[in-house]
Design a protein around this ligand. Structure first.
Ligand code: FCB
Length: 481
């Protein structure tokens, strides 16, 4: 059977029951950082470190979603989505990262879950979107095994309190970022630069997932999965050194997560690579991989852009091959892997500097399904930041964002036609929000947030997505004039 890839001129239909959603994360939107007994997280600490976050921004106020929840739920209802992916702030539920549940924190999420259900929107809860309670970091963070055990306790408390209302549980969001950005390059909280600790964190995060799975199920959780940020990784040239470099990056970014979760083993080449780092993967204990590879109900995939790399020292060859090379920044993970990230010069990019490449998303999804026995897949994040502004008519005309979403949804649909079992799609993000190290300088929302006043304004992309959700179809885009 041949698979016809729809051109961007055709309307494209999605199957009935396809889950349409939007996503956010606690630290990025909630604000109210010390309200009602919330504890301190590693992002509260990191964002106060001079130079760590653009403009010295913090999540102290963010979108003030904590106080504006009802209005934001009404926006979701107006958008018409069938599901909303939010994250639970661990320091609201356990301010010190251990001990009994803190009731005011649970009450907030209870209101959120009930508010979603009252509006006919399915709650999808992420337990860990990067806001580790600071006392746990002080005790070793994800570098130590106890943190995985504490995570399972927290998962049980959340499952007990909210399990009757939440339809899908995502244990971790993008554990690659938590481990390799958090403890390796130090670009994310807690800002540690130690490759050995990053490797250990990689394992303890997965172990936390593996321990949380039965804990959640014991509390009657409906469906449980994990969200990974995966990217197709390509060599900029076909030189064997660059091919080997791409293999290492693929190992670090993708296979260190997919193989243990889906096949119950770490990739041998990566274990060999990290063998000289301590503690690294020496922390893996008997039985851990059985926990980690227990069957999940779904796999969440976040996709933004493909990666291109050359072996360190071959940057000039990349330039000759039509790539551009960003000015060198210290990055312990890339240094250790002996690679340099490059970009295709001609490829459009978003404000983040990320290449726009929808066909690469299709390749990622079909490639995953060819390599592994996958549970049903949900695209749990996809979206883009552009230089939005409110026009003289008071509206944000973000046609670029709608076009980005359109082409990527076509890629998703095309992967489905090719046989990948994809059940839903969540736009990142409902709201403009705190974009981690970039502070408030990068907007990803379908809804504009006026930070000084907290006002919300749906952008053109909100109206576009509203139609997609309502019709289950991507309309044919207007012909370019
Ligand atoms: C992902 C994160 C999400 C957001 C988007 C742009 O890596 O999960 O919180 O920052 O990138």
């Amino acid at each position: 059977m041949t698979d016809t890839v729809a051109t961007s001129a055709d309307p494209v239909r999605f199957p009935d029951g396809f889950l349409w959603g939007a996503a956010t994360a606690a630290y990025q939107i909630e604000g109210a950082a010390s309200a009602d007994g919330r504890g301190v997280s590693i992002w509260d600490t990191f964002s106060r470190r001079p130079g760590a976050v653009h403009n010295g921004d913090t999540g102290d106020v963010a979108c003030d979603h904590y106080h504006r929840m009802d209005g934001d739920l009404d926006l979701l209802a107006e958008l018409g989505v069938s599901a909303y992916r939010f994250s639970i702030a661990w320091p609201r539920v356990q301010p010190t990262g251990k001990g009994p549940a803190h009731q005011p924190g649970l009450d907030f999420y209870r209101r959120l879950v009930d508010g979603l259900r009252a509006r006919g929107i399915s709650p999808v809860a992420t337990l860990y979107h990067w806001d580790l309670p600071q006392p746990l970091e002080d005790a070793g963070g994800w570098g130590v095994r106890e943190t995985a055990e504490r995570f399972a306790d927290y998962a049980a408390l959340a499952g007990q309190a909210l399990g009757d209302g939440v339809d899908m549980w995502i244990t971790l969001n993008e554990p690659w970022c938590s481990s390799w950005l958090g403890y390796g390059s130090g670009r994310h909280a807690p800002g540690v630069t130690d490759v050995g600790r990053a490797g250990a964190a990689n394992h303890h995060l997965l172990l936390g997932h593996g321990m949380a799975l039965p804990a959640l199920r014991a509390e009657g959780a409906a469906r449980v999965g994990i969200t990974l940020n995966l990217a197709p990784v390509r060599a900029a040239t076909d030189h064997p050194d660059d091919v080997a470099a791409a293999q290492r990056v693929d190992g670090n970014q993708n296979r260190l997560f997919t193989e243990p979760l889906l096949e119950g083993r770490y990739p041998t080449d990566m274990l060999e690579h990290y063998a000289r780092h301590r503690p690294g993967f020496s922390v893996v204990a008997d039985g851990d991989l059985d926990l980690i590879s227990a069957p999940m109900d779904f796999l969440g995939v976040n996709y933004y852009f493909p990666a291109f790399v050359v072996a360190r020292g071959r940057e000039a060859e990349a330039l000759r091959a039509g790539f551009c090379v960003a000015p060198r920044e210290a990055d312990a993970v890339a240094d250790d892997l002996g690679v340099t990230a490059v970009h295709r010069s001609e490829q459009p990019r978003t404000l983040m500097g990320w290449e726009v490449d929808a066909p690469a998303m299709r390749d990622l999804l079909t490639g995953l399904s060819a390599s592994y026995r996958l549970p049903p897949v949900y695209v749990t994040e996809n979206g883009a930041s552009f230089s939005d502004y409110q026009g003289p008519d008071g509206v944000v005309h973000d046609g670029e964002r709608s076009a980005y979403l359109d082409t990527h949804l076509r890629a998703v649909r095309s992967a489905m036609t090719a046989g990948v079992d994809i059940r839903g799609y969540f736009v990142w993000s409902l709201l403009d929000n705190f974009e981690w190290g970039h502070g408030y300088s990068k907007r990803f929302g379908l809804v504009w947030v006026d930070y000084p006043s907290g006002g919300r304004l749906p952008k053109d992309s909100f109206r576009w997505y509203q139609t997609v959700v309502a019709t289950n179809e991507l309309p044919a885009p207007p012909a370019a004039s």
